[in-house]
Design a protein around this ligand. Sequence first.
Ligand code: NJP
Length: 227
Amino acid sequence: MKVAVVTGASKGIGRAVSLALAKEGYSLAIGARSLDLLEEVAEKTNAFYSFLDVSKEDSVNQFAQKVLKRFGRVDLLVANAGIGVGGRLDEVSDEDFERVLQVNTLGLWRSIKAFLPALKKSRGLVIAVTSDISTRLIPGSGAYVASKWAARAILRTFQIENPEVRFLELRPGAVDTHFYGKPGRRREEGFMKPEDVAEVVRAIVRLPNHVRVEELMFRSIYQDPEY
Ligand code: NJP
């Protein structure tokens, strides 16, 4: 039995990845805050689901305990939960900056930390969804960008400290999800679909265990390559 955990599985990329991993034969544990949406994903994937707020240490640890009690092992963690925050750095509020760091940066760190002993045991894989912006800048989104640069640094450090686990930084470009409000954008506007990201994840998990893909940036052909 291969067990995969997906954070932020209620919508968007996490939902699509969960559906794809179930098709790949994984037993799934999924978490997010919206239990009604999670339940719907769980029905389609036969997943174990539970409330998860990655911005709270207790919630992450309780989630991990429940998952490990249920399955006893974890082979793959897709650390995907994330939020966006806009605004120039001289305008973004203290509260918004802290919120985005709590979810995208500390939430990622907490999620990996909670499952690390199990992942070491299984010589498993972490796929962390950061962003194509994790090595560049977007004026007007400095807090979000900083949260993803920091996430990248955390991942690379985890990799060096834990060579027995494979850490992939997955860096999608624009994806048509709730991240930008209501989904429904056309591909020609430069957006991939969540299912496109799920296909990339599917290709990765099919690779032999001795191959470590460390970073993968991919975008819609309609997204400006210089953006
Ligand atoms: O966004 P959305 P995406 N604790 O809003 C969950 C990155 N990314 O799928 O808690 C636990 O449809 C939330 O669940 P809920 C982005 O930075 C995106 O696009 O129920 N879960 C939902 O399931 C993020 O890291 C684009 O509200 C929490 C999910 O996260 C990842 O892709 C481009 C949570 C968000 O679903 C998935 O975002 C890019 C918490 N505290 C990177 N807070 C893009 N869409 O264009 C939120 O480069 N969630």
